[in-house]
Design a protein around this ligand. Structure first.
Ligand code: HEC
Ligand code: HEC
Length: 317
């Protein structure tokens, strides 16, 4: 009997506790039993991830294994551990990254999130980083919406591929410190920047070292940390973009590349051909004596007025 009483009184006690807790914490609780405070907050947080992060943080090659496409994945964290510590925003790696206190800062290569967005994430973590309803999202968010055979492909269509797979290295202060070979892929202007050799020949995909690298015709194949490499749809889209003149996001023609330096690698299939690209050889072209067809070679040259390649040097790679 005494036990029974204790049981009931503690039951009532606990119920009262839960009751008062819920009343304080969730004044807006409504009849449907849904708790709007948390629901709204996680939805807002999720919206921020959706717009700013999952382009990279999704799929098989999500950086450091951190997927931001569902509540459970966000809470599971990365291969380095948790990125959210409920109740402790300052100790949460994700907050350190968006505040720029932990490097590289996130979103990688982009402008910092505005204060309002940062505060939404912080207050969600402060309140315990709770889930709301199950929010179900499809894993692979980047979908190629354009048909490379029919549609006009602009820089904005291929930029998300570069953002996801390339800029972690090909940016200032990226994963490798300075960008490898000085090649920065974070904006259209950087890609065509005048002080380095050109890696894209508008209208001529096979003479574009960028395409050769993602196809593995030039080695090492890109992305350097692959496999996985780009899938065939992604490669086709980049190829179509170059074929159509590598236009900027507004459809403007690419800047002239006449006189720019070029360096290509590949197998010499004929004298003088690299796969399907023809070369112009002239009396001043320097060619290593021992070069044979079927070998891996490096070709250096400059771009002529019709975007043809005028070869200065062919050597064994
Ligand atoms: C352009 C691609 C890209 C975008 C966009 C991006 N990230 Fe990242 N993120 C990366 C890469 C690459 C790394 C790995 C960097 C490194 O080596 O530490 C990373 C690492 C992280 C880490 C560290 C994971 C760990 O524990 O190692 C966090 C946290 C993170 N990102 C959060 C975010 C958030 C939040 C956003 C959106 C606001 C975001 N990222 C947007 C590419 C991106
Ligand atoms: C993990 C780091 C990393 C990633 C990710 C990466 N690269 Fe690279 N990239 C390198 C390194 C290192 C080199 C120099 C390799 C060499 O030639 O020895 C390089 C070289 C290149 C070159 C040759 C530059 C030149 O001057 O000839 C191109 C083009 C290139 N990368 C394009 C890409 C593209 C496109 C992607 C994404 C699909 C990508 N890279 C992803 C590290 C990376």
């Amino acid at each position: 009997m005494k036990k029974m009483f204790l049981f009931y009184s503690s039951f009532i006690g606990i119920s009262l506790l839960i009751c008062s807790f819920s009343l304080n914490k969730f004044p807006e609780e409504n009849n449907s039993g849904i708790i709007p405070v948390f629901e709204n907050t996680f939805k807002e947080v999720f919206q921020i991830f959706n717009e700013n992060c999952i382009e990279c943080h999704s799929g098989d090659d999500a950086p450091n294994g951190l997927h931001l496409t569902s509540y459970s994945e966000v809470m599971n964290g990365s291969e380095n551990g948790k990125v959210i510590i409920p109740g402790d925003p300052d100790g949460s790696e994700l907050v350190k990254r968006i505040k720029g206190l932990s490097k590289p800062k996130m979103p990688l290569g982009r402008e910092k999130l505005n204060d309002e967005k940062i505060n939404i994430i912080i207050s969600w973590i402060e309140a315990g980083a709770k889930d709301a309803d199950e929010i179900i999202v499809q894993e692979e968010i980047i979908q190629i919406k354009k048909d490379p055979e029919k549609d006009i492909i602009l820089f904005s269509d291929v930029n998300s591929i570069f953002n996801k797979h390339c800029i972690k290295c090909h940016m200032e202060n990226g994963k490798m410190g300075t960008a490898p070979e000085g090649f920065i892929l974070t904006s259209y202007n950087d890609i065509f920047r005048g002080d380095e050799r050109i890696r894209i020949v508008p209208g001529n995909p096979s003479a574009s070292e960028l395409l050769r690298r993602i196809k593995g015709k030039s080695l090492p194949q890109m992305p350097f940390d692959g496999p996985p490499y780009l899938n065939s749809e992604e490669i086709k889209l980049v190829e179509a973009w170059i074929m159509q003149g590598a236009k900027d996001e507004n459809g403007n023609e690419a800047p002239s590349i006449t006189g720019r330096k070029i360096r290509l690698q590949g197998i010499l299939t004929d004298k003088w051909k690299l796969d399907d690209i023809d070369f112009e050889i002239n009396s001043s072209t320097r060619i290593d004596k021992k070069i044979k067809t079927g070998e891996q070679v490096e070709v250096r040259g400059i771009i002529g007025t019709n975007n043809e390649i005028i070869v200065e040097r062919i050597k064994n790679d």
